[in-house]
Design a protein around this ligand. Structure first.
Ligand code: NAD
Ligand code: IPM
Ligand code: MN
Length: 353
């Protein structure tokens, strides 16, 4: 069976990492005995500059029939970020109801954490980030109040459906892992949304008596991601808190260039989307040194989502094997001098299904 995968390389280093990783994905699929076809959508900030829109009006309709979407990154130094992100990435997550964002943070053997005393295997958690609403709901406005005062309101929206869905997904994941859920809120200050979130965690937690539940306020959690990252298993958080915490998760496990993510539409009505956690990295664009491993691991999550576990494992294992080898090529973010292409060429040699 041939899967149909839409690719949206996007901006900055997005095309560099997506174009580099695709031949490796083909190798993995070939070896596992299936194939996929890709259609490339050159949507992004250059299109915005030329045509006034990040994607066509019927962009979501054109993506809807694909089995999955692989995205690089979105964001351009010369176009405001709220324009680019609200024009492409966020409408896909929301429009395709990709309510479950899974972001693993794994410290691999051979990778140096900036934290003292941590070695490969010491850190292994996954953040379940609510991905369609919360602080990212496009509800608010900005007004001039007269005289010299203005006001801006940005509301957070938390529905029972979406909150229960992400919390339940986190408990289900914990049941398959180490049996612990850490719920992140700011319910000391945000007495509406976050107390609602706490109540839902408590209700759903009663259905999972064997799962240990920990609650942390997001400020303390930010500290504990650095002080004791080894104690986390599954972390569940709102859209904004999950966004912030997963950058911390990426760096304590070595680099933004290593952190993958899955944006999952849980009922399978729409395609899910896979992308590195990082952005378009304008500071290194065009140098050919972007780390492709976050995209490779996102490809592993894509294959796993399609049920192609052998190909998913092959990609994950090739990365594990490469970073453990002190003689393997590494991009500068991991302390090496290798180019994006060298890293992928080496992975193709290591791939075994
Ligand atoms: P960023 O993730 O692009 O970069 C942060 C730092 O990490 C930079 O120093 C960068 O060089 C480094 N880095 C990121 N990915 C790397 C890789 N693969 N290899 C090596 N180094 C890597 O975050 P930013 O600088 O805050 O944002 C840049 C732009 O990207 C902005 O427009 C932002 O809105 C956008 N952004 C998009 C996404 C996305 O598309 N999902 C995610 C984050 C940021
Ligand atoms: C991410 C990014 C996006 C987010 C931005 C670019 C809108 O930071 O995927 O982590 O906040 O979700
Ligand atoms: Mn982010």
């Amino acid at each position: 069976m041939a899967y149909e995968i839409a690719t949206i390389p996007g901006d900055g280093i997005g095309p560099e990492v997506v174009d580099a990783a695709l031949p490796l994905f083909e190798d993995a699929a070939d070896a596992a005995g299936f194939s996929f076809e890709t259609d490339r959508f050159d949507w992004g900030s250059e299109r915005y500059v030329e045509e006034g829109a990040m994607m066509p009006d019927d962009g979501l309709d054109r993506l809807e029939s694909y089995d999955s979407i692989l995205l690089g990154a979105v964001g351009h130094p010369e176009v405001p970020d709220h324009v680019t992100l609200h024009g492409l990435l966020l409408p896909i997550r929301k429009g395709f109801d990709q309510g479950i964002c899974k972001r693993p943070s794994v410290l691999f053997d051979g990778i140096e954490s900036p934290l003292r005393g941590y070695e490969g295997g010491d850190i292994d958690f996954v953040v379940y980030r609510e991905n369609t609403e919360g602080e990212y709901a496009d509800v608010g406005g900005r007004e001039h109040l007269g005289f010299d005062n203005d006001v801006a309101v940005q509301s957070g929206v938390f529905t029972r459906d979406a909150t229960e869905r992400i919390v339940r997904a986190a408990f289900d994941a914990a049941a398959e892992r180490e049996g612990k859920v850490t719920s992140i809120t700011k319910s000391n200050a945000q007495a509406h949304s976050m107390v609602f979130w706490d109540d839902i965690v408590e209700e759903i937690g009663e259905e999972y008596p064997d799962i240990e539940v920990e609650r942390l306020l997001v400020d303390a959690a930010s500290m504990d991601f650095i002080r004791r990252p080894e104690e986390f298993d599954v972390v569940v958080a709102s859209n904004l808190f999950g966004d912030i915490l997963t950058d911390i998760g990426a760096i304590v496990t070595g680099s933004m260039g290593l952190a993958p993510s899955a944006n999952v539409n849980p009922d399978g009505e729409y395609p899910s989307m896979f992308e590195p956690v990082h952005g378009s990295a304008p500071d290194i664009v065009g140098k050919g040194v972007a780390n492709p491993l976050a995209t490779v691991l996102s490809g592993s999550m894509l294959f796993e989502h399609l049920g192609e576990q052998a190909a998913a494992d092959a990609l994950w294992d090739a990365v594990t094997d490469q970073v453990a080898d002190p003689d393997a090529p590494r991009t500068p973010d991991l302390g090496g001098e290798a180019a994006t292409e060298d890293v992928v060429a080496d992975l193709r040699d290591r791939l075994s299904v």
